[in-house]
Design a protein around this ligand. Sequence first.
Ligand code: ZN
Ligand code: FE
Length: 256
Amino acid sequence: MLTIIQLHALTDNYIYLLHDGESGQTAVVDPAIAPPVLAALSKYGWQLSHILITHHHSDHTGGIAALKAKTGCTVVAAASDLHRIPNVDLDVVEHDVVAIGQHKAQVIATPGHTSGHIVYYFADDGLLFCGDTLFVMGCGRLFEGTAGQLWASLQKLKCLPPETRIYCSHEYSQSNGRFALTLEPDNRALQEKMRQVNQCRANGQATVPSTLAEELATNPFLREDNQAVQQSCAGIGKPAAEVFAAIRHLKDQFSG
Ligand code: ZN
Ligand code: FE
């Protein structure tokens, strides 16, 4: 089993430590900053073996240099982002496999938020580390890719087993859910999810991870084929990627 430690950093970032007890290997996903990672490593007595990076934004890469210098770990990132991510030892493309002990992560390319964004899918463990591609009830903003690209990226994630646990890099669930409810006020699963999310946040708890099944039932960006969603964004009868673009556009205007 992989032990997962969830660290909070900056305003709303999550950093994940993955520890394989058998081999002793430990990976960190998207270290925004180094100090909380180093503190957790020393608290648990773990040695950092890998840094897994989803994309080049500084709130996902800011801790690389210090962690690399301290631990000499292997830094893994997308081949297409080599020019803008420091200290990379292993550059990967879609279908490549990264192993933490016996636990294998498949690399899936998910351009859209950025052109080089990748996610790490541990099929046997049922875990997805998806950076800023998919959020709880939301998805990443389009900084570099087109809506069509991000839509196609999310189609790949939609095909994973529904029980897959979704570890995204930000705590955006409350505002995402408020937006989702404007599109689908009558979605019971969404209402219930929001109730849980509000309760978690009121108690200072994380709402991440989620599961793919929950996202399929509540996340408007995975529900462009739903009639209520289509109606709310004037997308009835339009191609799925266009409906998706309309939802993304509405979310960009949304302040709530
Ligand atoms: Zn980002
Ligand atoms: Fe981010």
